[in-house]
Design a protein around this ligand. Structure first.
Ligand SMILES: Nc1ncnc2c1ncn2[C@@H]1O[C@H](COP(=O)(O)OP(=O)(O)O)[C@@H](O)[C@H]1O
Ligand SMILES: [Mg+2]
Length: 236
């Protein structure tokens, strides 16, 4: 088991955003978390990555408890969180953004160069534009940069928060293809999405969050056929 989230409760002041969420991620898996706006998906990722402390529950990563650790320590252990809304440094070049993604590997410049080459291989457009300011990239290109930056710390677990949000339909397919490809090459991925059909198509397992609770979970293929999922998230 790479990641085990057990009965997590996260609060914002007096408002409870996660009401006892549990999930498991095995090494090599691609897990999708689905749910409407406000369901608690982002809060779950932020809790795992140490940006918010849970009030209750246990989070184990690679055999260690991380639910009381700071965010940087959790990155060092191998968790990389690609936040929603393409949070890049818009006034810095593509190259500099990638470099910053590798900051926990400062002492391994050779490794950083190799990982950057891998990212350029996944997204050749980033190689062409490495000297361009990140803020001048298209939405889709910025998302590619966010994913690549997330890979720069060479994580054991890559967490992606709504990578398809606000991106042109043609590029959405490409983004999902690359996520699947990254997983096939061995990266464990926790993918948060509202785009349920696409996310379940590439995932091994899925979890459906509703107002801070897991209401459904299971094999991705089975979830795709669940009446509840079809009505609420696939619109069929
Ligand atoms: N910084 C915050 N302060 C207070 N409430 C928040 C904050 N961020 C999120 N929430 C609330 O927590 C709940 C879950 O939000 P969020 O995790 O962002 O959901 P999702 O990512 O699924 O859209 C929502 O009710 C939201 O309004
Ligand atoms: Mg969110």
């Amino acid at each position: 088991m790479l990641l085990k989230v057990q009965d997590i409760e996260t609060w914002y002041g007096s408002a409870q955003a996660l009401k006892g969420v549990s999930l498991k991620v095995e090494s090599g898996e691609l897990i999708s978390i689905l749910g409407a706006n406000g369901a608690g998906k982002t809060t779950l990722l932020r809790t795992i990555s140490g940006l918010i402390e849970p009030k209750k529950g246990i989070i184990e990563f690679a055999g260690r408890r991380i639910d009381r650790m700071g965010a940087e320590e959790i990155v060092r252990l191998g968790v990389s969180h690609c936040p929603e809304g393409r949070k890049l440094f818009p006034q810095m070049t593509v190259y500099k953004n990638l470099l910053l993604g590798g900051y926990v590997r400062k002492t391994d410049p050779q490794g950083i160069r190799e990982t950057m080459e891998e990212a350029f291989h996944l997204f050749p457009v980033l190689k062409d534009r490495q000297g361009q300011l990140a803020g001048t990239l298209s939405g889709g290109e910025q998302q590619m940069l966010v994913i690549s930056r997330g890979l720069m710390s060479r994580p054991k677990l890559l967490m992606l928060d709504e990578p398809s949000l606000g991106i042109a339909p043609l590029l959405v397919a490409r983004i999902f293809e690359v996520i699947k490809d990254i997983n096939r090459r061995g990266m464990t991925i926790l993918l948060v999405e509202q785009n349920a059909a696409e996310a379940l198509n590439i995932a091994h397992h899925g979890y459906v969050l509703e107002t801070g609770e897991v209401v459904l979970s299971g094999e991705a293929r089975k979830l795709l056929n669940e009446e509840k999922v079809r009505q609420a998230y696939l619109g069929v």
